[in-house]
Write a protein that binds this ligand. Structure first.
Ligand SMILES: Cc1cc2nc3c(=O)[nH]c(=O)nc-3n(C[C@H](O)[C@H](O)[C@H](O)COP(=O)(O)OP(=O)(O)OC[C@H]3O[C@@H](n4cnc5c(N)ncnc54)[C@H](O)[C@@H]3O)c2cc1C
Length: 436
């Protein structure tokens, strides 16, 4: 049985590997010249460059953890302690913000604490109902102080959207939630542990995060067809055609709207729903710097415009010492965008200038820069998102076209969850092929 897989990001590659193990013949179609999608990396002048911003290996899923360890090799993985901070008006504030209030100037600390207590009382007395838009939810959950000083500026910077236009479907497990006692302790300077999620994380020793997808792709060899965009998908009775080639089944992992644009005879309502799904792009900027890594930081959030366009920087040399040449280190800056964005050296210089002004890098010591744009990087949870998603995916389910992945099913997934989705899809729909 021959299976066509659309896209060779981690979801497509993992699915291909599992199907091959079960005796299926697979063919992956990938538009780019390198596999890996958002997990791709390269090495520029000796500096590791993760193409879609800072990525870490982290999972609570034992099977996926073991699989990743097998693929990369236990001795080829470095484990580190997460040291994450928020850069706030020249100071490093503990992450999450509500566990680091004592690091703020006193009057901002007071605003945040007073607002947090006010919001907690209002919720406890039933004086305020849980809002359905993200902007009001932030005020309801954190109060006006934390909203003003951190949550609003940071979320506006990353989502490039009016926060009232976003739903709250994505916040569980993504926006940390601290008990009020911890927030009071943190405000008066008693250390609280706060967010223990990803307290330790892993990363490939060599080659960047993309080593994961490089290894997955290597085992598939020529079954991954690179620089081969999916142009047309057709259903022919119980069979399928991709770019004119016959398949028994097709599994999609490319963004849903991109699939519908190529799918012959697609239901117009489902196609319109897919077009209604919103997303944000990302520019990942590598900044190679002379001198050893000066901090123990893993990554830093940059909520304020005064620090430039980047919303986050990653200190990649603290993930693996082999991420930079000896005596050098790097920063990986992330800038999100809506629609399209012209990125050239001036744009990169602007990002570096913002970090230089903030004291986060000395631009005289910058020895290398590079950038990469990922058009589909973040799912945007707008109102009506779930209705559109259900309409778009139910129709595909009804015609037997499997779809999975971050944009293949519009889920806010990390790579480990993509691997889990691949395992579940194969377990559910593709029993091992019996050999005679
Ligand atoms: C800023 C950021 C930070 C992240 N941090 C982490 C992290 O720390 N840890 C973690 O595990 N995960 C992280 N993730 C998530 C992770 O990158 C994704 O979950 C994962 O890479 C998604 O894989 P995918 O295969 O579903 O999609 P993609 O990687 O998007 O793959 C889809 C593939 O389809 C191809 N394609 C598109 N259109 C066509 C076409 N017409 N024809 C053929 N091919 C096509 C694309 O080129 C791509 O290769 C992060 C993501 C972002 C944006």
């Amino acid at each position: 049985m021959k299976i066509g897989i659309l896209g060779a990001g981690v979801t497509g590659l993992m699915t291909g590997n599992l199907l091959r193990e079960r005796g299926y013949s697979v063919q992956l179609f990938e538009s780019e010249s390198k596999p890996g999608g958002l997990c791709r990396s390269s090495v520029v002048d000796g500096f590791v460059f993760d193409w879609a911003g800072g990525h870490i290996l982290y999972t609570k899923d034992r099977e996926v953890h073991d699989h990743v360890t097998r693929i990369i090799g236990a001795d080829q993985i470095v484990e580190s302690e997460r040291q994450t901070k928020i850069f706030y008006r020249g100071n490093f504030v503990k992450y999450p913000f509500e566990n680091g209030l004592a690091d703020l100037p006193k009057s901002d600390n007071f605003d945040c604490l007073a607002g947090y207590i006010e919001a907690a009382f209002a919720r406890r007395n039933g004086a305020s109902a849980k809002p359905s838009n993200f902007k009001d939810w932030v005020l309801w959950r954190f109060g006006p102080g934390i909203a003003k000083h951190f949550m609003f500026p940071y979320n506006e910077k990353i989502w490039k959207a009016d926060l009232a236009s976003l739903s709250i479907d994505w916040v569980d497990g993504r926006v940390p939630d601290a008990p009020i006692e911890d927030v009071i302790r943190s405000s008066i300077g008693i250390p609280t542990e706060g967010y223990t999620h990803q307290a330790r994380f892993r990363y490939p020793r060599r080659g960047g995060f993309g080593t994961l997808t490089d290894r997955l792709a290597e085992t598939l060899g020529e079954d991954v067809r690179l620089s081969t965009p999916v142009l047309q998908v057709r259903r022919l009775g119980s069979e399928w055609e991709v770019n004119g080639e016959r398949f028994d089944r097709v599994i999609n992992t490319i963004p849903l709207q991109e699939l519908y644009r190529r799918l012959e005879g697609a239901d117009p309502t489902a196609r319109a729903a897919a077009e209604g799904l919103q997303f944000r792009g990302l520019v990942s900027i590598l900044i190679g710097v002379d001198g050893p890594e000066p901090t123990r930081h893993s990554w830093i959030y940059l909520p304020h415009p005064e620090n430039g366009p980047a919303n986050r920087i990653t200190h990649l040399a603290n993930y693996s010492p082999e991420n930079a040449p000896p005596g050098k280190h790097s920063l990986l800056a992330e800038v999100t965008y809506e629609g399209d964005l012209r990125v050239d050296q001036r744009f990169v210089d602007d990002v570096v200038d913002g970090l230089h002004r903030s004291g986060l890098v000395d631009k005289k010591k910058v020895v290398t820069t590079a950038f990469h744009k990922s058009h589909y990087a973040y799912v945007l949870f707008t109102h009506g998102f779930q209705r559109n998603l259900d309409t778009a995916t139910h129709w595909l389910d009804s015609i037997g076209l499997h779809t999975a992945g971050r944009f293949g099913r519009y889920e806010y997934l990390n790579s480990d969850q993509c691997m889990r989705r691949a395992i579940d899809l194969v377990d559910k729909h593709f029993p091992p092929v019996k050999s005679n």
